[in-house]
Design a protein around this ligand. Structure first.
Ligand SMILES: *Cc1c(COP(=O)(O)O)cnc(C)c1O
Length: 408
């Protein structure tokens, strides 16, 4: 039996590890086991490599090494930024924070936690293209606003937010600004001074690095309370022996990502545009979600009328194609995506949404393979839908659907 061809087009969820990254990590999993806090040879050689990695990451972000805090990933970076800042800012527990309705759960959940523990949180809405308007943030700013957290680019539809403009407004009012740059880093330029942010989160496994390691950039002078207390690692802001292998892998992924960013952006956006135009040309009753101009190069979110995204996911997986749907994937639940809801897309349309996210490993052959299967699978799923008029090849009108429902 032939082995099933596999097409991975879910790079917003995670990315394949580059072989060079693995090579950079292996020494730490073999001979270089020293604890970087140890004063002897074993410790010092690891400490030196962590220092090097810190310099590489700092340079990539336009920061200095002392502003780089290694974490266990994007989630922890977001949590330290939000809860650490809020707690560090106000011992009495209080104050106001602003975020958007389309953030990753790693931002929304700490915000929710704070709002249950004495802080006020405002969620700024987005427009139908999933873009935050700076004037809406300006309107939400209060005298007691301490922190604003808005993502640099969205993980579901790829929309790129005007973080720089928002940061200017926030700084005018004397508040701090954090941005989750997990999706944008290594896809578009990310520089902490250009963006004007005080804190910025990065995750290694979204940039072809290993899972379980990330970065929080913390601008000099920004006070944070630690979430975990212990040794004096990471400037006393994040206790725990450093994940040396992960940190080395992250630094390698950054170097490789920077060197190929321009070339990758060109290649990936061309593939994305090709896939998008072929889907629109070959499959009727579809809509592209999110901004088409201010969008990450590999992002493509499409709604197919009269289908269930989950049915598509399963059928595509059977032919080896790996994608995400417009439902919350984290809990395996079928709650419609909060991002697509915030954009004002109707529930029934959200349920038929797919998120394609392309990475550097994708090829035109992948597109060909997807297009050899997707139209057929959509047809098949639509033909068993009570909402689809098989003969006419279009959605059944509401009156007809109601009449049909009354017969049963
Ligand atoms: C993946 C992701 C995270 C979480 O990063 P982890 O390293 O998996 O914890 C946070 N924010 C965004 C936008 C993401 O896409």
């Amino acid at each position: 039996m032939n082995e099933l061809r596999r097409v991975y087009i879910d790079n917003s969820a995670t990315t394949p590890l580059r072989p060079e990254v693995l090579d950079a990590m292996l020494p730490f999993l073999k001979g270089m086991y020293g604890n970087p806090s140890s004063g002897h040879h074993f410790g010092r050689e690891v400490k030196a490599r962590i220092l090097e990695a810190r310099e590489i990451v700092a340079e990539a972000l336009g920061a200095s090494p002392s502003e780089i805090l290694f974490t266990s990933g994007g989630t922890e970076a977001d949590n330290i930024a939000i809860k650490g800042y809020a707690w560090g800012k106000n011992e009495r527990r209080g104050g106001h924070l602003i975020t958007s309705t389309i953030e990753h759960p790693a931002v929304l959940e700490p915000m929710k936690y704070l709002s249950k523990n004495g802080f006020d949180v405002t969620h700024v809405d987005v427009d139908p293209a999933a873009l935050i308007h700076p004037e809406n943030v300006a309107e939400a700013l209060r005298r007691n606003t301490i922190l604003v957290s808005v993502m640099h680019a969205n993980n579901e539809v790829g929309s790129i937010q005007p973080v720089k403009e928002i940061a200017e407004l926030v700084k005018e009012k004397g508040a701090a600004i954090h941005t989750d740059a997990v999706q944008s880093f290594m896809k578009i330029p990310v520089n902490v001074d250009d963006l004007g942010v005080d804190m910025l989160s990065v995750s290694a496994h979204k940039i072809n690095g290993p899972k379980g390691v990330g970065v929080l950039y913390v601008r000099k002078g920004t006070k944070l309370d630690p979430l975990s207390h212990g040794g004096h690692h990471e400037w006393g802001k994040r206790a725990g022996t450093e994940n040396a292998a992960g940190i080395a892998g992250l630094a390698k992924a950054v170097q490789l990502g920077l060197a190929s960013m321009e070339e990758n952006t060109k290649k990936i956006s061309k593939l994305r545009d090709d896939l998008e135009s072929r889907i629109i040309a070959m499959i009727p009753h579809v809509r592209v979600n999110g901004s088409r101009e201010k969008r990450l190069p590999g992002s493509l979110n499409i709604s197919f009328e009269c289908v269930e995204g989950e049915a598509l996911l399963i059928n595509l997986d059977m032919v080896g194609i790996a994608i995400s749907t417009g439902s919350a994937c984290s809990s395996g639940s079928l709650d419609p995506s909060h991002v697509l809801m915030a954009m004002g897309i109707p529930h029934e349309i959200i349920h038929g949404s797919l998120r394609f996210s392309l990475g550097h490993a994708n090829t035109m052959e992948d597109n060909d393979y997807i297009m050899a299967h997707l139209p057929r699978i959509i047809d098949m799923v639509r033909n068993i839908s009570p909402l689809w008029d098989m003969e006419e090849g279009k959605p059944i009108s509401l009156e007809e659907a109601e009449r049909g429902a009354n017969l049963h």
